[in-house]
Design a protein around this ligand. Structure first.
Ligand SMILES: [Ca+2]
Length: 301
């Protein structure tokens, strides 16, 4: 590594160079440049200032994406019913209060004739009814909790979602006729915190839930400094199998949603899997293909 122009320049010279060091603000404002053939593998988060530039055939590989957050039976498909509405039935791995259960595509009390994921969804019903699971968060940080909800038609159906006792985003009164995907953020310490969906309204009110997914967190999910501008010159690449959402978003045209889709679709045997696995349309792929690659050693799902 050379320090030049107020920043650091790393040339892997055809090898893979593993960087366990955190480049800090003392690099100056020249940022960091990766150039030449070979791969520079970052294993720790960086906090330098200035741009990140990958050029002259260099490859920057980012490792350290946090482990996924596991939500057991997140789609409420277990236990399996052949349809219908099953009150006071506990989905596997979830804790329920009374008056809750499992519903299915086409069941009564739910206007959409489908569920967003699979064949079944869970529901809470009446004041005080809750649906919850103890979630292990692998590291301190901010996580995104996404889920689908729809209320019973003809009723006001407010509910709250909380993590560790903190209500996220206030009361939600969902649509009564169509499933809506909600995303809430929770900042937590590492460890176990209860995720709870709770009915607020009284009376014969039910709210249906499906497809609970938790993503994000600390532990190196964003290895490049949040303030850095990433520029990738022709012939240089970012690794599809290891880059974080934040880093993928630095490629023009890649939104947060698309970055998440790319991450969810890992691993990629070849970058053209982006098209063959229907992650992006061919026309868009052609605009980014020279800025990405699919390294095989560090595929992290
Ligand atoms: Ca489901």
């Amino acid at each position: 590594m050379n320090i030049q122009g107020g920043g650091a320049v790393i040339n892997a010279n055809g090898n893979t160079v593993t960087v366990n060091k955190t480049f800090a603000a003392d690099l100056g404002d020249g940022g960091l440049t990766v150039q030449g053939s070979g791969t520079v593998l970052f294993k720790t988060a960086q906090i330098y200032t200035g741009p990140t530039t990958i050029k002259n055939g260099g490859t920057l590989q980012l490792q350290g994406v946090p482990p996924p957050v596991v939500v057991l039976n997140n789609s409420f498909e277990s236990p399996t019913f052949g349809g219908g509405f099953h009150e006071s039935t506990q989905p596997t791995s979830w804790d329920l209060s009374s008056g809750v259960g499992i519903t299915s595509a086409g069941a009564p009390y739910m206007d959409p004739s489908y569920v967003p994921d699979g064949l079944q969804a869970a529901f809470t019903k009446g004041t005080g009814s809750q649906l919850g699971q103890d979630i292990t968060f692998p590291s301190a940080g901010t996580y995104t909790i996404s889920f689908y909800a729809v209320g019973r038609n003809g009723y006001s159906n407010p509910f709250t979602v909380s993590v560790g006792g903190t209500v996220l985003g206030g009361q939600i009164d969902p649509s009564q006729t169509s499933w809506t995907q909600y995303t809430e953020t929770a900042t937590v310490t590492a460890g176990v915190h209860s995720l709870i969906f709770a009915n607020v309204n009284s009376g014969d009110v039910s709210v249906n839930f499906d497809d609970v997914v938790i993503t994000g967190g600390g532990g190196g999910s964003n290895l490049l400094p949040t303030t850095t501008a990433l520029s990738i010159e022709a012939g240089s690449t970012l690794d599809l199998n290891s880059a974080s959402q934040e880093d993928l978003k630095k490629i023009p045209g890649i939104t947060a949603e698309l970055a998440d889709k790319i991450i969810a679709g890992r691993p990629y045997l070849t970058k053209s899997n982006l098209v063959t696995h229907k992650i992006v349309p061919l026309a868009f792929y052609l605009t980014i293909k020279d800025q990405v690659m699919a390294r095989q050693k560090a595929a992290i799902k």
